[in-house]
Design a protein around this ligand. Structure first.
Ligand SMILES: Nc1ncnc2c1ncn2[C@@H]1O[C@H](COP(=O)(O)OP(=O)(O)OP(=O)(O)O)[C@@H](O)[C@H]1O
Length: 223
């Protein structure tokens, strides 16, 4: 039988440990065990690249780690506080592999709405600055449905510029990005980690040396 997941930290560790801790996580989908008794830890100042084949369960794990779905077993905490505590969300930005944007609204409107949802005090000028950082000057008022796939991805990623959070959980952030977009994001990742931010990301492509030190973890496909 395939071992589900390497144990990234001692099982004797106390739950009050700093960082993101997924403890003893188990999840099944369609009668298949994606992972069982999985332990994962992400510390401040770390970038973890979660790899694995299609269908292995990376997105399912990410959704559990941000509290969007519940594991059948185990628990998730951030700096010793359980994910169920509302305050925990203030320190996390999750960007899923779907952009989560309203196609009828512009980039500016989407980010204004998202900021309000997250109780962020963000000005219009800051939204324009975030979009400029993603090289979207001139695209601010265009309905999302009229932007290219890569431009839409950039709008989704602009959220990272708007919310001051330690933990970035990014599911396939490079999807549809061109080489310049990937360089831009890798540079942002390196900067975030250098300021003691923490990043857990999935990607089917290798990261360049630009991002600095990366810890790679694998999630195997279980039959
Ligand atoms: N809402 C759902 N209902 C039923 N099955 C699901 C659901 N979401 C995911 N699955 C199944 O769980 C398995 C893992 O899916 P998941 O999206 O987590 O994989 P992944 O590792 O992120 O894959 P990829 O690399 O293709 O993005 C797949 O077999 C998928 O069919």
């Amino acid at each position: 039988m395939v071992e589900c997941w390497p144990i990234f930290y001692s099982q004797r560790a106390e739950p009050k440990l700093s960082g993101l801790i997924g403890n003893n996580l188990t999840s099944h989908k369609q009668d298949r065990c994606l992972f069982q008794h999985l332990h994962i830890r992400l510390r401040a100042g770390e970038l973890v690249h979660l790899k694995g084949p299609n269908g292995a369960g990376k997105s399912s794990l990410m959704r559990i780690l941000v509290g969007l779905s519940s594991p059948e077993e185990g628990n998730v905490s951030y700096d010793g506080v359980d994910i169920s505590e509302p305050a925990v969300a203030n320190n996390i930005v999750f960007i899923g592999h779907k952009s989560g944007l309203n196609g009828l609204l512009s980039a500016e409107e989407n980010l204004t709405y998202w900021s309000a949802q997250h109780q962020l005090d963000v000005s219009n000028a800051e939204i324009y600055e975030a979009l400029a950082a993603l090289n979207l000057v001139g695209m601010e008022e265009v309905p999302i449905k009229n932007l290219s796939a890569g431009q839409q991805r950039r709008v989704a990623l602009a959220r990272l510029w708007l919310k001051p959070a330690t933990y970035w959980l990014l599911d396939e952030p490079f999807t549809s990005l061109d080489a310049e977009g990937i360089t831009l994001m890798e540079t942002a990742f390196a900067e975030h980690v250098s300021k003691q931010g923490a990043i857990l990301m999935t990607s089917h492509q290798a990261l360049s040396e630009r991002v600095g030190r990366v810890r790679v973890e694998h999630l195997d496909y279980r039959l």
